[in-house]
Design a protein around this ligand. Sequence first.
Ligand code: MG
Length: 184
Amino acid sequence: MYDDRMRDRKGKKQMLDKKVVELLNKQVNKEFFSAYLYLDFSNYYYDEGLDGFGNWFKVQAQEERDHATLMIQYLQNNGEKVELQAIDKPGAPTKSAKGVLEETLKHEQYVTGLIHTIYDAAYEAKDFRTMQFLDWFVKEQGEEEKNAENLIKRFALFGDDPKTLYMLDSELGARVYAAPTLVL
Ligand code: MG
């Protein structure tokens, strides 16, 4: 049953819960911030001469913009208003090749928590449509965390020796952007 939370002021039935819409709007901003943060990391690696790492994070930034765009499109598909907010400046990261990777994992764990909070609100509101939409993001976050963990592990194995670091950097340089698998 839809309760009052699913109706706007004119009594028109809304499909999405108000609180969920608010959280999705906030998440649009967080995804753009993630893109900004990863561009900052990308720039750091390019400055250090690790162009492969720089490329990997540049592609990652593109993926984050896709996440934001998907959320915008989802809101629009459901007749909801999108309000873009100012994007925070990335804070001064630990400027070390290893530290950046650790920050990436921490950031992804934070984003996972945000996605779960939206999912929880959708669950509470019986907003099944949003739950279904968010399923993709829940899975995506699992992959993002795994990717960051793998980078940390491989840097620990290969980061100290210039030869193996060069090989790892070359491998990351081969990453190419692919459009998201979620189509709305
Ligand atoms: Mg994301």
